[in-house]
Write a protein that binds this ligand. Structure first.
Ligand code: UD1
Length: 428
């Protein structure tokens, strides 16, 4: 199992190019199931989750070709063409769905296109319960008959999907993606209320409309979908990754330095950048992206609640916590989206942090002098938090179980080394 070794204390200076967003690429790839024509996606990141979804879609009969965007092997420059001319299976097996929850989303397009799907329930997850009840509530509203057999959702809509009025009781990104995709081919109008407004949902809507769907309300919590008979092929560019950009922004402040985040989209990250400015970092919007600067002076503590977009993203909560261990006071970080997304706290304690937990609230006592040691990556975003802590810590930090990191951060050690970090992957 690979590990990552970081020698802390090096400034970061230079430019990091932000890759295509994992959380946009995955639903976009799934949407290829909705049409028998090819869907070409530019700027697909090279990530373990993308490879795993490729396997799942191939198993359903999707022909997938992939090549470098400009033939130069640049980071973040893969082009995928996904062609679902014949869907040969409507089954997504436990072995694959349990490894990546987003693969559950195939249930929407499979039902829309084939009228049936047999998709494994995703099973346990490191950051909380993460049920699929709201997906099922929405699909039932579209006329789907659902039963559960031996851990599989068996879903049938032999006479096709019928438009409906769906009101989500809480914001869910995945169920919004799934219901949106399903409703594009339903008969009549579907309205989704309290839909997720995450930019990645907007990217999916843009692509679906490019494929011939009729969806209005992009960027709002009320989406209206007029069903159409068929969708056609399209070419679409995946949105830059705001979580990756936010992670490198926080890393630059933790290590001190001056880094241009090329292609970062500041309008999608206002809450994150406001929080960083409040803490004392310099965040400047420039033509090519966003420039982050910090001179190493003591940071101010912040109080943050995670919220659905446009609130502070849960996917940057762990990384912000690593930074706040270095501030000059006491920060409070409240996780409101997931029930158990504090697995990184015990690892930060191993590096010398002083954090107490009370339910959803973490109190981070700053002014910590972090000292490198061995830590374990427990989930995707928690791993990024340990990288940030390792960059700021004195001495050597070794992070094990980095396969979590590879799920969502493209060539992280290459990108950070290119701006001056002392970070290496140890194969093992
Ligand atoms: C997506 C993102 C993930 C991000 C999360 C919240 C991808 C691949 N993943 O995950 O990175 O952290 O959004 O921004 O895009 N819920 C239910 N019942 C349901 C569905 C969800 O109770 O049927 C709850 C979940 O348990 C959670 C909350 O709703 O507490 C939000 O989950 P959701 O937005 O669905 O997250 P994902 O789509 O899985």
């Amino acid at each position: 199992m690979d590990s990552i070794k970081i020698v802390g204390g090096h400034r970061l200076d230079g430019t990091i190019s932000i890759s295509g967003a994992k959380n946009a690429a995955l639903p976009l790839m799934v949407s290829s199931l909705l049409t028998e024509e090819p869907l070409t996606l530019n700027n697909v990141p090279d990530l373990a989750d993308v490879s795993l979804l490729t396997r799942i879609l191939s198993g359903l009969g999707v022909e997938i070709t992939m090549h470098d965007q400009n033939g130069q092997g640049d980071v973040g420059s893969q082009v995928y063409t996904l062609h679902s001319s014949h869907i040969t299976s409507t089954v997504a097996p436990y072995e694959l769905v349990s490894r990546m929850r987003a693969s559950f989303w195939v249930i929407g397009p499979l039902l829309a296109r084939c009228g049936e799907a047999r998709v494994s329930l995703p099973g346990g997850c490191a950051i909380g319960m993460r049920p699929v009840d709201l997906y099922l509530m929405g699909l039932r509203a579209l006329g789907v008959h659902i039963s559960i057999e031996k851990g599989y959702i068996v879903a049938k809509a032999p006479r096709g999907l019928i438009g409906a009025h769906i009101v989500f009781p809480c914001v869910t990104v995945g169920a919004t993606h799934t219901l949106l995709m399903a409703a594009t081919l339903a008969r009549g109008e579907t309205v989704i209320e309290n839909a997720a407004r995450e930019p990645e949902v907007g990217d999916l809507i843009t692509c679906l409309n490019e494929m011939g769907a009729r969806i209005s309300g992009i960027g709002s919590s009320r989406l209206v979908i007029q069903g159409v008979d068929r969708l056609h092929g399209a070419t679409h560019e995946v949105l830059p990754d705001r979580v990756e950009a936010g992670t490198y922004a926080l890393a630059t402040v933790a290590a001190s330095g001056n880094v241009l985040l090329r292609n970062a989209r500041p309008e999608l990250m206002e809450t994150v950048f406001d929080t960083m400015r409040q803490a004392g970092a310099q965040v400047n919007i420039v033509d090519e992206g966003v420039r982050i600067q910090h001179d190493g002076s003591l940071l101010r503590p912040v109080n943050v609640h995670t919220h659905p977009f446009p609130g502070f993203p849960t996917d940057l909560q762990a990384q912000l916590m690593a930074l706040m261990t270095l501030s000059g006071g006491t920060s409070r970080i409240c996780e409101t989206i997931f029930e158990n997304r504090f697995m990184h706290v015990n690892e930060l304690l191993r590096l010398g942090a002083n954090i107490s937990l009370n339910g959803k609230m973490a109190t981070v006592y700053g002014a910590t002098h972090l000292k490198g040691t061995e830590v374990k990556a427990t989930d995707l975003r928690a791993s990024a938090c340990l990288v940030i802590a390792g960059l700021a810590a004195e001495g050597i930090t070794t992070i094990s179980h980095v396969y979590h990191l590879d799920r969502g951060f493209e060539r992280i050690e290459e990108k950070l080394s290119s701006v001056g970090a002392d970070i290496k992957r140890c194969r093992g």
